[in-house]
Ligand binder design. Structure first.
Ligand code: COA
Length: 326
């Protein structure tokens, strides 16, 4: 069986920074409350007219360049997003056109904040089976477009951005050791956008009732996130006969610093071994892990031979992990 590896990474965040102090002027909140409860100080918000594929394009260009390949070498494009440019076609097809990646099959997957891990699992299996050789995987969100800027319980949490990776055949020691993806649809209503789909198509009523914005049961979600992230991380390590102490870096989904700290504690990992950038970007959903991974690579926090663990949790509910030897 072939082995798959991450050949290169790239990321892009919009230039527009919105700080907690700025949000204090929009809703009844404070920098202190937001930072203490979430670890977030600021987030990036896409400029007017900037859509998911625009963010994805910048991140992808960087990953393709770093891999030393041409867009035409790509044979698959997977875009993980729940905030694509439009209902259809897929954002992956729009991105394919922008990149000129004419030899790729392109499609989107929707696993919310777990989207990048889900995509990595799909890409890994296509490479392992020998069906594809060079896959572009992008996690991208423009969550600001679905954020209710009058709801202080959600609007302080999210941000926009994109992260990309090229997945290909491994011919050396570095590889994706294992991916694990799981879900529990019984909690689908914990985080959702009620209208705009076939259940409640757009109407004057859905707009008036603000049903096109994110609704979230924050407390309930928090508890499930802590429990599932702890267990999937330990399970993945155990199955692959590794101890947490052998990890060089944990790259968790950046949803809430307290969730990240709880997972690290359970694994017995010092915080120096945990990649955190939530302070700068907030929760960018499917983009959070590839943005953090790209930052870790660029700042030398991931080196050849390191064991790293990626893990995510999100709407669905969905969760997943990826164990990698870099
Ligand atoms: N500013 C100030 N006060 C706020 C606020 C804000 N932005 N948002 C909520 N509050 C208030 C609440 O109204 C509540 O007030 P009350 O006690 O008078 O009713 C109080 O703060 C506590 O709210 P609570 O919801 O219990 O806070 P919390 O500690 O659970 O933190 C979240 C809220 C959303 C930060 C937290 O639950 C969370 O991160 N959940 C997980 C979300 C998540 O990960 N989602 C994405 C998954 S990928």
């Amino acid at each position: 069986m072939n082995k798959a590896k991450i050949i290169s990474t790239g990321s892009y965040v919009p230039e527009n920074i919105v700080t907690n102090r700025q949000l204090e002027k929009k809703v009844d909140t404070s920098d202190e409350w937001i930072f203490e409860r979430t670890g977030i100080r600021e987030r990036r918000i896409a400029l007017k007219g900037q859509a998911a594929s625009d963010l994805a394009y910048e991140a992808s260009k960087s990953a393709v360049k770093k891999a030393g390949i041409k867009a035409k070498d790509l044979d698959m494009i997977i875009v993980a997003t729940v905030t694509g440019d439009m209902q259809f076609p897929s954002t992956a097809c729009i991105l394919q056109d922008r990149l000129g990646a004419s030899n790729a099959a392109a499609f989107d997957i929707g696993a919310a904040c777990s989207g990048f891990i889900y995509g990595l699992s799909i890409a890994e299996n296509f490479i392992k089976s020998g069906a594809r050789e060079k896959i572009l995987l992008v996690g991208v969100e423009a969550l600001s477009r679905y954020t209710d800027w009058e709801d202080r319980t959600t609007c302080v949490l999210f941000g926009d951005g994109a992260g990309a990776a090229i997945i290909g055949l491994s011919t050396d020691d570095s590889c994706i050791i294992a991916t694990d993806i799981q879900s529990d649809g019984s909690m689908w209503d914990y985080i959702h956008v009620p209208a705009g789909g076939s259940r409640k198509p757009c109407s004057k009523e859905t707009v008036d009732k603000r049903l096109h914005f994110i609704r979230m049961k924050g407390n309930e979600t928090f508890k499930v996130a802590v429990k599932t992230l702890e267990s999937i991380a330990l399970e993945t390590l155990e199955k692959n006969k590794l101890k947490p102490s052998q990890l060089s870096l944990l790259i968790p989904h950046q949803a809430n610093l307290r969730i990240i700290q709880a997972t690290a504690k359970r694994l017995g990992l010092p915080m120096e071994k945990v990649m955190i950038n939530i302070e700068k970007y907030g929760n960018t959903s499917a983009a959070s892990i590839p943005i953090a991974l790209d930052e870790a690579v660029n700042t030398g926090r991931v080196r050849s031979g390191d064991y790293i663990l990626l893990e995510a949790f999100g709407a669905g509910l969905t969760w997943g992990s990826a164990l990698i030897k870099w």
